[in-house]
Write a protein that binds this ligand. Structure first.
Ligand code: ZN
Length: 290
C-alpha cells in the first residue's frame, strides 16, 4: 500500500495495484470511514492515478475496518468543512461565502461534482461493501458500476430526518424502483443486503470472509476484456441512464436539497437541522424486518 499525498501523514486513502486491479481503500476505520474533504480529495487523486495507469483495467473501491462508510463527516475531530482545498472542478472556493452560497458551492464540488466525475471514469469500478453503507456511503457505492456486498451489509439514507430529501447524489430512483426509493427515504431505516439485492441494487451478496476473494475474482475476470470494449459498454449504459433522466433528476433534486439546507439555517441556524453524527446514530431506527 502506498500513500497518495506525501505531506499528509494520516493516509485517509490507500492505493494498491494487484495484477490489473487498483484497490482504493478508504482508511478512517476509527470513524467508520466517515468522509471528510481530505478523504474525498484523496479518493479523487487515487481514481485519477488508476485512470492514468494503463496497467490498471478495473478499480475496486472499499473501506478499511468493519464498515464501508458511515457517510459524510458530520462530527469527527477531522471534520474539515471550513477548509479550502485545491479543487477538482472550476467551482470557486466555498470558504468565507455567505448564507446558502457556502454549502451550495462546497457540495457542487465535493459531492455532486466529484460523484459524477467518478461515475464517468473510463474504467469499470466495483464497490466492495461490508457493514454500514449509510447516506454519503451510498453515494460512493452508487457511483461504482457494480456492487459486491457482504451478507451483513446494510443501506440507509436517514437524512430525511434533517428535513432534507436524500443525499446530494440523488440516484435513489435509478438504484431502486420509485416505490422502494420512497420506502428508503420515508422510513430512514436500514435496508438489509438481502433486500437491497432483491431490489436490484447489488450484484452479489456473499459471506464477509469471502468478500474480498469474490470481488477480486470478478475484477480479474472483467480485466480480461478489452479496455475499449469495457469503456464503450460503460458509456452506453451510463448514457442510457441519463436518457432515462438520471442526470436531470439529480440536478432538480440538488435544488430541493439546498432549499432544505437553507431552510434549516433560517429556522434553526443549523444547516443540518441540529443533527450531528451522534444525534443521527441515536435516532437510527432498526428495520422493521431484518
Ligand atoms: Zn448537503
Amino acid at each position: 500500500m502506498s500513500e497518495l499525498n506525501p505531506q499528509d501523514d494520516s493516509q485517509v486513502v490507500l492505493y494498491e495495484v494487484r495484477d490489473a486491479v487498483a484497490l482504493v481503500t478508504m482508511n478512517r476505520p476509527e470513524y467508520h470511514n466517515a468522509q471528510n474533504s481530505q478523504m474525498t480529495y484523496a479518493l479523487d487523486a487515487a481514481f485519477r492515478r488508476a485512470c492514468d495507469d494503463d496497467a490498471v483495467k478495473v478499480i475496486v473501491l472499499r473501506g478499511a475496518g468493519k464498515h464501508f462508510s458511515a457517510g459524510h463527516d458530520i462530527g469527527t475531530p477531522g471534520r474539515d468543512v471550513n477548509q479550502s482545498f485545491e479543487r477538482a472542478s472550476l467551482w470557486y472556493d466555498h470558504v468565507g461565502k455567505p448564507g446558502g452560497e457556502f454549502l451550495y458551492a462546497r457540495e457542487q464540488e465535493v459531492y455532486l461534482g466529484m460523484c459524477r466525475r467518478w461515475r464517468e471514469m473510463p474504467k469499470p469500478t466495483i464497490a466492495m461493501v461490508q457493514g454500514a453503507c449509510i447516506a454519503g456511503g451510498l453515494m460512493l457505492a452508487w457511483v461504482c458500476d457494480l456492487i459486491v456486498a457482504s451478507d451483513d451489509s446494510y443501506y440507509a439514507d436517514p437524512v430525511v430526518r434533517m428535513g432534507i430529501p436524500g443525499v446530494e447524489y440523488f440516484a435513489h430512483v435509478h438504484e431502486l424502483n420509485p416505490r422502494i426509493a420512497k420506502e428508503l427515504l420515508f422510513l430512514g431505516e436500514r435496508m438489509p443486503a438481502a433486500r437491497a439485492q432483491q431490489m436490484g441494487m447489488l450484484n452479489k451478496v456473499v459471506p464477509r470472509d469471502v468478500l474480498e476473494d469474490v470481488t477480486l475474482d470478478m475484477a480479474r475476470r472483467i480485466a480480461q476484456m478489452p479496455r475499449l470494449g469495457l469503456q464503450l459498454s460503460k458509456q452506453a449504459v451510463n448514457n442510457a441512464e441519463d436518457l432515462m433522466g438520471k442526470r436531470a433528476t439529480m440536478d432538480m433534486v440538488f435544488g430541493l436539497h439546498h432549499f432544505a439546507h437553507a431552510h434549516n439555517e433560517l429556522v434553526s441556524g443549523d444547516r443540518l437541522g441540529g443533527y450531528d453524527a451522534k444525534a443521527m446514530a441515536s435516532s437510527q431506527r432498526k428495520p422493521a424486518e431484518a
